[in-house]
Design a protein around this ligand. Structure first.
Ligand code: PNS
Length: 160
């Protein structure tokens, strides 16, 4: 039985993330989506809200669980005896950052493997930041994030 974690900031989850989660859930026995702090990014949703949004859109996938963690991923993984990290790659521009992070995680725990999944072509341009920017200027974000959470994002951005 192989459990893998899928970590990210998910502020908010996009259809690109959801596509990776669905595909990973067919490849591994269990996926734990970890909402984790990226110290370089300022958040729109707090961690609990992000977890709730992801739970809502993955509720029909039985082998997907959602949690948050505020320390180093390798520490979470050691606690649970998990060896696999899944990351999505959109473009060459993601590679350098992801490569560096996977090597750092390997340095911290040599037993950890990072498995990269290529994002589906139709989502390769998508990022949480661009969704927030489009929503901020009242553009249409349908098709970019799950329908179930569109009103959460627009309400949050426009302080409703
Ligand atoms: O969606 P993101 O912002 O690209 O996700 C980055 C994230 C949250 C996966 C990364 O910042 C992370 O792993 N944070 C937890 C701290 C940690 O373990 N860092 C790895 C060593 S640099």
């Amino acid at each position: 039985m192989i459990t893998a974690i899928y970590p990210g900031s998910f502020d908010p989850i996009t259809n690109g993330h959801l596509d990776i989660i669905k595909r990973a859930s067919k490849t591994f026995d269990k996926i734990i989506v970890i909402v984790s702090m990226n110290p370089d990014k300022k958040g729109l949703f707090n961690i609990e809200e992000r977890v709730e949004l992801i739970k809502r859109v993955t509720r029909d996938i039985p082998n997907v669980k959602v949690e948050s963690f505020s320390g180093l991923l390798v520490d979470f993984m050691k606690e649970r005896n998990i060896k696999v990290i899944i990351k999505g790659l959109r473009a060459v521009s993601d590679f350098e950052y992801e490569f560096q992070m996977s090597l750092m995680n390997k340095k911290l725990n040599p037993e950890v493997e990072t498995v990269f999944m290529m994002t589906a072509a139709e989502y390769s341009y998508l990022s949480s930041s661009s969704v927030k920017q489009v929503a901020m200027f009242k553009g249409c974000i349908k098709g970019l994030i799950p329908d179930d959470i569109i009103s959460d994002v627009t309400n949050k951005i426009h302080n409703k």
